[in-house]
Design a protein around this ligand. Structure first.
Ligand code: IPM
Ligand code: MG
Length: 362
């Protein structure tokens, strides 16, 4: 197939990890005879430096003209003191909104090869950890109006609005139920309906939508309890369905306990336009440009791009198998290094994966 992929390298380690992700896509393209065309656009701090804004209009246009968007990372100390509208984070928030990417899929699992890195007690880890957070991505307190700052009774006061309408809840609930169908058939909806009005609506709509999916088991948990259950016994979770803010927090927690933050990919999907694929970790400015970053989360995001963005499951499987083989062969970047393994940099790790994409048995 012919496909056009828009690259948004961004800041910090973004460009170096994305370069390895692109190499892996090219390797898969060669092996399976696809013609991938890459175009590049500015986002985040890099865009602020070049044009004064974190999401230039041209970037949105280039993304919309592509079949998928492949994103590195944004942000860094250099831009931390800018006003909110110019912060690099506005770039990623803006592109999510502009492309209508309301569904964020964040898998968290233990790679058997990296079992030693897991932060959980061995008996808890032994029960397994293989879950996916389905996070709503274009609503909630992230985008709700009104928001702002003003003087109230002479005191500086800040406010944001947590807000969901039923259609926003219904469409993300459907994504969660559909996702569960391809997995272990369980959805746990996470909210704070003992306190929040938004959450009461959320729960009501999730229950209504569940009637379309009688084959799926649905449970509900408050977000505070979920945070606890994730470390107490993550094996109970299959699909976690939640809103934007709770999903932001829980997906970091789910990811870090695996011990492999540098390994986990994510996909953001909309109602039909191009999806956006990115590692869940950030721009790591402290190691930027030093060839130390782990490119595997980005390479695995490339596999999600192929599977979910371009509907090429066999090609995605090949990349994932090549990553597993690279780990099994002992290659490690610094973040996942263990005694007795081979320490490599970002580029060498990418090259090791590409070599295996070419020759691994399908
Ligand atoms: C994430 C990040 C973003 C978010 C930031 C960078 C705006 O934390 O993708 O989880 O809060 O959504
Ligand atoms: Mg986050």
């Amino acid at each position: 197939m012919d496909a056009r992929i828009c690259l948004l390298p961004g800041d910090g380690i973004g460009p170096e990890i994305l370069a390895q992700g692109v190499a892996a896509l090219k390797a898969a393209g060669q092996r399976f005879h696809h013609e991938f065309t890459f175009v590049e656009a500015l986002i985040g701090g890099a865009a602020v430096d070049a044009s004064g804004e974190p999401l230039p209009a041209e970037t949105v246009t280039r993304c919309l003209e592509s079949n998928a968007v492949y994103f590195g990372a944004v942000g860094g100390p250099k831009w931390d003191s800018l006003p909110r509208a110019q912060r690099p984070e506005r770039g990623i928030l803006g592109i999510r909104k502009a492309l209508g990417l309301f569904a964020n899929l964040r898998p968290a699992m233990l790679f058997p090869e990296l079992a030693g890195a897991c932060l959980l007690r061995a008996d808890i880890a032994a029960r397994g950890l293989d879950l996916i957070v389905v996070r709503e991505l274009t609503g909630d307190v992230y985008f709700g109006e009104p928001r702002g700052r003003e003087l109230r009774d002479g005191l500086r006061t800040g406010f944001d609005t947590m807000l969901y309408n039923e259609e926003e809840v219904r469409r993300i609930a459907r994504v969660a139920f559909e996702t569960a169908r391809g997995r272990r058939g369980k959805v746990c909806s996470v909210e704070k309906s003992n306190v929040l009005e938004t959450s009461r609506l959320w729960r009501e709509v999730v229950e209504e939508t569940h009637r379309e999916y009688p084959d799926i088991e649905l449970s509900h948990l408050y977000v505070d309890n979920t945070a606890m259950q994730l470390v107490r016994d993550p094996s109970q979770f299959d699909v976690i369905l939640t809103g934007n803010l709770f999903g932001d927090i829980l997906s970091d927690e789910a990811a870090v306990i695996t011990g492999s933050l540098g390994m986990l990919p994510s996909a953001s999907l909309g109602a039909g336009g191009p999806g956006l694929f990115e590692p869940i970790h950030g721009s790591a400015p402290d190691i930027a440009g030093e060839d130390k970053a782990n490119p595997l989360a980005t390479i695995l995001s490339g596999a999600m791009l192929l599977r979910l963005g371009l509907r090429l499951p066999e090609e995605a499987d090949c990349i994932e198998a090549a990553v597993r083989r690279t780990l099994a062969d002992g290659f490690r970047t610094a973040d996942i290094m263990e005694p007795g393994k081979t320490l490599v940099g970002c580029a060498a790790m990418g090259a090791a994966v590409c070599e295996r994409i070419h020759r691994i048995r399908g």
